[in-house]
Every structure is written in C-alpha cells, then in structure tokens.
Design a protein around this ligand. Structure first.
Ligand code: ZN
Length: 153
C-alpha cells in the first residue's frame, strides 16, 4: 500500500477515482471521452508527469466519482493500458484496468466517406473484431479500421 500512496501523493483524494498511466499525448482525448469538462466534481489533472514505463504520463483524479465499466471502457480505444484506482477514505480499495468493449457507439468516426454515418446525423457504431490488435468494423458499411487509423469524434 505504501507504494500506492507515494504514487498518488500529487494531491490526496478522499473518495473518487484516479486514472493513471495515461500517455501524455492522449490525456486531453481521455478528458473529452469521459466528458470531464461537463462534470461538477473536483478534478485534478496532471500532465507530463515522469513515468518509468511511459516516459511522460498523464493522471486524472476525480473526486466523488465512480465510473461504470461502460463509461471507462470508452477510453480503451486511445489508452488501452490505463490503470484505475478506486479510492475510499484515502485508501486504494480497488484497482481496475480498462477493457476493450464489444461495441463502440458514437466514439469513433468511420473512415469511409460514403458511409451513412458520415452523411446522416446519426451515431456511429463499430464492432470490435480483434481486441488484441484493436481492429474495429463499422456496423453500417463494414469497413475495418485499425487502431492507428481511428479518428475520435
Ligand atoms: Zn462506416
């Protein structure tokens, strides 16, 4: 536990969620995918912190907020190795990793310009066909996209 506390000491959190090991260049995408700018919670964002594993990393602390899996798994598309610490009364009571969901709804833009989702006001829908390599397939036009080609809406 002492290691956890050292890691989390940037600003102690009484209750809430710490999202750690976010690649720095993905930090603001994660912020927007989680809709943090619309939240009333007390949010601390650390940017370009030193990390042994990543070189530079981002960290987000959200007070009094616990995400459900569906919310948090949205970020797997941009930051699949993120770690979550669930904090209650200053202690880490649970650690979670993000999981690639089965479907991605309204998160990723279809790369096919002729796809109906690029021509009608509707949410995109992708099925994850390869979780390991993050390959997704558009539900409507069936175009496959790799992680490198993904554009977040
Ligand atoms: Zn499509």
């Amino acid at each position: 536990m002492s290691e956890n506390k050292q890691e989390l000491q940037v600003a102690a959190l009484k209750n809430g969620t710490v999202i750690d090991h976010i690649p720095s260049e993905k930090l603001f995408t994660v912020v927007s995918l989680l809709g943090l700018e619309k939240m009333d919670s007390n949010i601390t964002i650390g940017f370009n912190l030193k990390s042994k594993k990543l070189g530079k990393k981002g960290i987000i602390k959200i007070a009094d907020k616990y995400f459900d899996d569906e919310e948090i798994n949205r970020i797997s598309v941009v930051a699949p190795h993120v770690k979550l610490n669930i904090i209650r009364d200053y202690e880490v009571v649970e650690k979670k990793e993000v999981q690639m969901p089965e479907d991605l709804k309204g998160i990723v833009k279809c790369a096919n310009p002729k796809c109906i989702t690029n021509n009608e006001p509707m949410a995109t829908l992708f099925h994850v066909i390869d979780k390991e390599n993050c390959i997704i397939k558009c539900h409507y036009c069936e175009k496959e996209q790799k992680k490198e080609d993904i554009t977040i809406i």
